[in-house]
Structure formats: C-alpha cells, structure tokens
Design a protein around this ligand. Structure first.
Ligand SMILES: C[S@@+](CC[C@H](N)C(=O)[O-])C[C@H]1O[C@@H](n2cnc3c(N)ncnc32)[C@H](O)[C@@H]1O
Length: 294
C-alpha cells in the first residue's frame, strides 16, 4: 500500500497557474505573503482548496497566518476566514498582520486542542496545513469531530502535511466521517518542501453518515476491512489501477493468518509484554501457541 501511495495525481501546470492567478492575483499578493509565496506548491494547494468568492473557510492551526491572509483575499469582501489556533501568540500575530495589511474579513479563534470551537454547519471548507501531526493523539478525535460538525453538508477538508504517510490520516478521517476525494502524494526525486517530495495533500469531504464498520470507536478496529476500504478509495481517486486493486484485494483475502481482531490484539499484547520484559521469550512463545488454538 505504501508503495502504491507513492504516486502523484498529476497536476496540469496551466490549470494550476490559471487558478493561482485568479485566486491570488490581488495587487502585491506575492510580496505580502513571503512564506506562502516561496512554497513550491502554493498554486496546487489553492487549486485543491479552490476557495471561491463569498465562501466561509477556516484555517485551523493557522500559525502566523501564512495561508489565512491569501485565503481571506481569495474569498473576498463577501466571504470570511476563521483563523483558528491553540496558541494565543499566533492569534495575536495574525491580528497584527491583518491590521498592517488592511484585511478585515478574518475572525480569530483561540481554540482548544480537542475543539476548534467552530459553529456547526457553517463552513464551506477547512484547511489544515502542517498541523495534523502536531495535534495531540488524545485530542485528535475531538479535533476532527469539531471540524466535521462545522462543515456544511458537502463541505471540504484539505489536509497537507510533511510528516509521516497519509495512510493513518486517511484512516482517522474515515473514522470521523470524511470521504477521500483526491490525494496528492510524494514522489522521491523532487525538490524539498514540496508534496512532490515528502509533503502529501488530501482533499476530503464530509460524508453523509459515519462509517462505523471501518474503524469502530468503541470496539476493536477491523483492520482487514480498513485495508479493503482504503484500497477501494485509492482506486476511486485513481491512485490504484484496477489491476493493482485486484492484487491488493487478493493479498488481503489470502493473508496467511485469517484476520481476527481478537487474536490480533492478544498477539500484540504478548509482543508488547515481551518487549518491555514483563514476560520472557519462552512464556511469550507458550502464550502465542495458546492464542492460536481454535
Ligand atoms: C507548524 S505550525 C503550521 C502553521 C500554519 N498552518 C502554516 O502552515 O504556516 C502548527 C500550528 O498548529 C497549531 N496547533 C497544534 N495543535 C493544534 C490544535 N489541536 N488545534 C489548533 N491548532 C493547533 C500550533 O499552535 C501551530 O501554530
């Protein structure tokens, strides 16, 4: 799966540049936003977010507002951007930048780690850039649930991150009621700081309903189903060919050990107990045998 994810949904340069010119082309935009302007993926990110005049968008984990201000320009006077961050200093930074750049369509929210404090059903899109991996594990469920409830019915969530593979994030988003629409994932031989080299970007949509069968909140995750669903999603967004999807299905179906979350979890516990020295190797071996008994 990891190998298959290392593909890029190709970009049409002309389209990207056109979109960028349209969306960011306000006077002096490039000088106003030095960090965003230096980002090699700037045009592609905006193409993915696709902000339209009049829309309401949240930049969650906005930091100093690198992306907040270009987004505010893109949605225009009739639109609004919420700049959300748990760090009050960052919120103050954005306030200062708004004042110096004459931006008035941004609202500031000093949020909590597990609650972006956004109004229900109010947003067309949420952008989360270089944040998801900073969100505390224990806060991630609330973080994503808060974003989902703030999105309008078909609202979109764009996640971009340099850290780790997108697989875990896609799975977490599924678990919290999002569907994958598009994925841009790294190629290895491209310049640094580009999602063509390490960064990935995902476009998701608020799903009609939660998908409890995939990763149930309370019970044990059904890993086999998760793999199957993720493979199907990757096929849908054209990251997997039909042939690769078939191979993936067959591999999952014919895995040597039949999938059983109960057994899996007990084996994981034994491995962990052995690793921390709570049980010795022979005890671990004996326990493994007993777990495998029908
Ligand atoms: C690496 S910075 C990225 C800032 C900005 N998105 C950018 O691209 O320049 C990560 C930001 O996420 C914020 N953050 C971390 N966890 C958060 C959470 N649970 N909710 C909101 N913001 C969070 C941090 O305070 C920090 O400002």
């Amino acid at each position: 799966m990891r190998r298959l994810l290392r593909r890029l949904v190709p970009l049409t340069a002309a389209c990207a540049l056109g979109a960028a010119a349209l969306l960011l082309g306000g006077p002096g935009a490039a000088e106003d936003e030095p960090a965003a302007a230096r980002d090699p993926d700037r045009e592609s990110i905006f193409e993915l977010i696709a902000p339209r005049a009049g829309e309401i968008i949240a930049d969650v984990g906005c930091g100093k507002g690198t992306w907040t201000l270009p987004l505010a320009r893109a949605v225009g006077a009739h639109g609004r951007v919420y700049a959300v961050d748990i760090d009050r200093n960052k919120i103050d930074d954005v306030r200062r930048r708004m004042a110096s750049e004459g931006i008035s369509n941004v609202e500031l929210i000093h949020s909590l780690p597990d609650d972006p404090m956004l109004q229900r059903d109010s947003l067309d899109a949420v952008f989360v850039n270089d944040v998801i991996d900073h969100v505390d594990r224990s806060a991630l469920a609330g973080f994503l649930a808060g974003i989902r409830s703030a999105l309008k019915a078909s609202g979109r969530l764009i996640i971009r991150d340099p850290n780790g593979g997108p697989g875990r994030v896609i799975a977490e988003c599924y678990r919290h009621g999002f569907t994958l629409i598009e994925a841009r994932v790294p190629l290895e031989d491209m310049p640094r700081r580009s999602f063509t080299s390490g960064w990935y970007a995902l476009k998701l949509q608020r799903a009609d309903r939660m998908q409890p069968s995939l990763l149930p909140r309370g019970g044990k995750p059904n890993r086999r189903l998760t793999k199957l669903h993720l493979a199907e999603e990757l096929f849908r967004v054209e990251l997997l060919s039909r042939e690769e999807l078939r191979t993936t299905w067959e591999t999952i179906e014919s895995a040597a050990e039949p999938f059983d979350p109960e057994i899996d979890e007990r084996l994981d516990l034994i491995r962990a107990a052995e690793a921390v020295g709570a049980i010795d190797a022979s005890t671990a071996a004996r326990l493994r045998t007993s777990v495998k008994k029908p």
